[in-house]
Design a protein around this ligand. Structure first.
Ligand code: BG6
Length: 474
């Protein structure tokens, strides 16, 4: 009983939220670099306010982030000390292709990730690489409008070919796009989309999504051709939608919300547009233009496994009159039975077990939880030590729920990577003070701080969780 011996424990980060060094060694500018913190962030990440360069008025948290570009050895060594078996990380596309469409890749960028992978291997850590974690070169946004253009497929596949070939000996596990369903909620951050007044945003989003889905299928094909041992996964922002009440209208709205999110995985895992999507997108006149052969590509190259982030469940009411709760980038009705984080996100460990069951029932493919964690304000002592019992409580309850799903429900689960093992920049708000880590980073909201790393209480706790393969959770 318990977790299988092959279960992979670790943590997850994204390049733009931790690396910094955005102008170093030939790196080009990406969408995520130009998402400012503060009041304009929401308008920028949703594509309502065009920002394609760095101006003197805003603060851009990705510019330095936690400077992992220069601290990666120390950071990976701390992950090793915790006993990580897997480290989920992402590639900054513009370190490899600064504008996105050069003929040859930037060797300095490739060498950087090679060093990162070597460091992982040194500590016995398996890398799990997200090819695009909210990452799109500004060069391609200026030229083609990001993923609204089919041309992006070609540039993305060029990146994939370089990665699969160069890192053939280092990486086995790949994810094509982080939280692919976020394109509907944060389309600039998710896919480099900015909208002009009067444009049909739904149509553009579903067209861009189609391009990403085709790109994901072709990347899966390519990964298998280059190395048959490669395992490729999709990744979506999960969290089951609960009906606010047993009123059939609430149940129906909840089902629609789930379908909106499952749509992407339905295509990536089953290989075709589900009938509900065909009907509804056509009715709304937003069904994407397809090229001959697209349907074959989607059908022939489904993913090997399904990964997802889980922070909270959602609660859906038909009337829309209920009080709202925050959540991972989108709001829903406030669930009266749950507690909430300092950022107003519901805390629902059983929801993770429910989500695991629903996803597994639907696809019958191996699953991987690649993000789960609690964003909270930490108060370090003079040594940088944080008594983060609240974080331990959150993680313990979620790991228990995951254990029950494996032991009692028979879910085929490959592993668990906590978001995030080290404090980093929040994707939703751009804040530094929303901390997730087992490792505290001395950096303040105003950008000051020594960047010194220190172990929180949760560091030793997670180490023991891993050492006992999830048996010792106290
Ligand atoms: C997911 C993303 O949306 O949630 C991460 O994949 C992100 O990039 C995480 O950081 C937590 O959200 P936030 O807004 O608290 O950083």
């Amino acid at each position: 009983m318990g977790f299988p011996k092959s279960f992979l424990w670790g943590g997850a980060t994204a390049a733009n939220q931790c690396e910094g060094g955005i102008f170093e060694d030939g790196r080009g500018l990406a969408n995520v670099d130009v998402c400012p913190s503060g009041v304009d962030r929401s308008a920028v990440i949703t594509g309502q306010m065009e920002m394609l360069s760095i101006d003197g008025e805003h603060k851009y948290p990705a510019a330095e982030a936690i400077d992992m570009y220069h601290h990666f050895r120390e950071d990976i060594s701390l992950f090793g000390e915790m006993g990580f078996q897997v480290y989920r990380m992402s590639i900054a596309w513009t370190r490899i292709f600064p504008e996105g469409d050069e003929d040859t890749p930037n060797e300095a960028g490739l060498a950087f990730y090679e060093e990162v992978f070597r460091e992982c291997r040194k500590h016995g850590i398996e890398p799990l690489v997200t090819i695009s974690h909210f990452d799109c070169p500004v060069g391609l946004i200026k030229k083609y409008g990001g993923w609204r253009s089919r041309r992006m497929i070609e540039d993305y596949l060029k990146l994939c070919r370089v990665l699969f070939t160069r890192y053939r000996d280092y990486v086995r596990y790949w994810l094509t796009f982080n939280e692919i369903n976020m394109i509907l909620h944060a389309p600039f951050m998710g896919a480099g989309l900015c909208f002009a007044p009067g444009e049909d945003e739904e149509q553009i989003k579903y067209q861009a999504a189609h391009h990403e889905l085709v790109a994901s299928a072709l990347a899966t094909k390519m990964a298998h051709e280059i190395n048959p041992e490669n395992k490729v996964g999709c990744m979506f922002a999960a969290g089951s939608a609960y009906p606010y009440s047993c009123k059939p209208e609430d149940v129906w709205e909840a089902l629609l919300t789930d379908q909106e999110n499952y749509f992407f995985v339905d295509v990536q895992a089953r290989g075709y547009y589900p009938s509900y999507a065909v009907k509804r997108l056509k009715k709304r006149q937003v069904y994407p233009a397809m090229e001959p052969g697209d349907e074959d590509i989607l059908r022939e190259y489904p993913v090997d496994f399904i990964s997802f982030s889980y922070y909270n469940s959602r609660c859906i009411a038909a009337a829309g009159s209920q009080e709202e709760a925050e959540g991972n980038l989108f709001k829903s009705a406030k669930n009266p039975y749950l507690e909430f984080s300092q950022w107003g996100w519901p805390i629902d460990p059983l929801g993770l077990r429910i989500t695991l069951n629903q996803v597994y029932d639907r696809y019958q493919k191996p699953l991987f939880i690649v993000e789960n964690g609690l964003g909270a304000k930490d108060e370090p002592d003079e040594n940088g030590y944080v008594e983060d019992d609240y974080r331990i409580r959150y993680l313990r309850s979620h790991i228990r729920a995951m254990k029950a799903a494996v032991e009692e429900d028979g879910i085929d689960l490959m592993g668990y990577t906590a978001w995030a093992p080290i404090d980093l920049i929040s994707a939703g708000t751009g804040e530094m003070k929303k901390r997730y880590g087992f490792i505290y980073v001395d950096k303040n909201e105003d950008g000051t701080g020594s960047l010194r790393r220190s172990r929180k209480k949760s560091f030793a706790w997670y180490k023991q969780v891993i050492a006992s393969n999830g048996e010792c959770l106290e």
